[in-house]
Design a protein around this ligand. Structure first.
Ligand code: ATP
Length: 225
């Protein structure tokens, strides 16, 4: 069976500095995989390569067996949450999601509303997104990533800027998506979240990706206490 996500020998440099150096990764369907690493280690760059937002210098990305840049440029049915999603600032939350939903025409208004409610947003709130708080924008980003029942989710720091209750809500949503068998790729600076949600954990260090050992897990547990 094809892996949901497969990376082969991915390299990416900026200004002569290797950010990703010969990255290989295979994620099976239905698994939740965590990527950890220091600020600036390359987690977002890796996620953007997987989503087809940036091209690697070398290497191949396959989503459900389809090679990016060959049969498809952007993977289909992948829910993406990468920090600071772009919104139409003069639209309200519902209008923004409706605008995006109209591209694929897979879901109706009711599904958008149900999804907004599931992340704690009121679909009838007419406030423009430019007046949303950071946490509300974060919730809207999560809603767009899951509203079409995308079976692969790429979530870069989904817990940033959330108050405690919303954080709990979003964490529970990710848990249920995991239980439903979605394939999830996740970053968080809170190691406890990664440990609780993920089936396997990788670390990016010095442009290399490696499966974390129990020693590294201990180090991170200690750090997040
Ligand atoms: N478009 C770009 N041009 C030049 N350098 C870039 C570009 N995008 C990313 N970088 C560099 O690549 C490195 C990795 O950035 P990335 O955003 O992937 O880090 P990260 O691991 O997600 O960090 P954080 O935990 O702070 O979110 C950084 O040094 C960053 O400056």
């Amino acid at each position: 069976m094809n892996a949901a996500i497969k990376l082969e020998h991915i390299t990416k440099s900026y200004n002569g500095m290797a950010i990703l150096d010969d990255i290989n990764l295979e994620i099976s369907k239905g698994k939740t995989t965590g990527i950890i690493g220091a600020n600036g280690s390359g987690k977002s760059v890796l996620f953007k390569v997987i989503c087809g937002f940036i091209s690697p210098d070398n290497g191949n990305t396959y989503i459900r067996g389809l090679k990016l840049g060959e049969k498809i440029d952007f993977p289909e049915n992948v829910g993406v949450f990468i920090n600071e999603p772009g919104y139409i600032s003069i639209f309200d939350g519902f209008q923004n999601l409706k605008f995006l939903a109209d591209i694929n025409k897979k879901i109706d208004n009711e599904k958008i509303k149900i999804t907004m409610e599931s992340v704690g947003l009121n679909p009838d709130n007419k406030a423009k997104v430019k007046d949303y708080s950071l946490g509300m924008k974060q919730k809207l980003g999560i809603a767009q990533a899951i509203m079409e029942d995308q079976d692969i989710l790429v979530l870069d720091e989904p817990f940033n800027a959330l108050d405690y209750n919303t954080y709990k809500d979003i964490k529970n949503i990710i848990k249920s998506l995991k239980d439903e068998g979605r394939t999830i790729l996740l970053t968080s600076h809170n190691f406890e979240d990664i440990e609780q949600l993920c089936d396997s954990i990788y670390i990016i260090e010095n442009a290399q990706l490696q499966l974390v050992s129990s020693e590294i897990i201990d180090k991170y547990r200690h750090r997040s206490r």
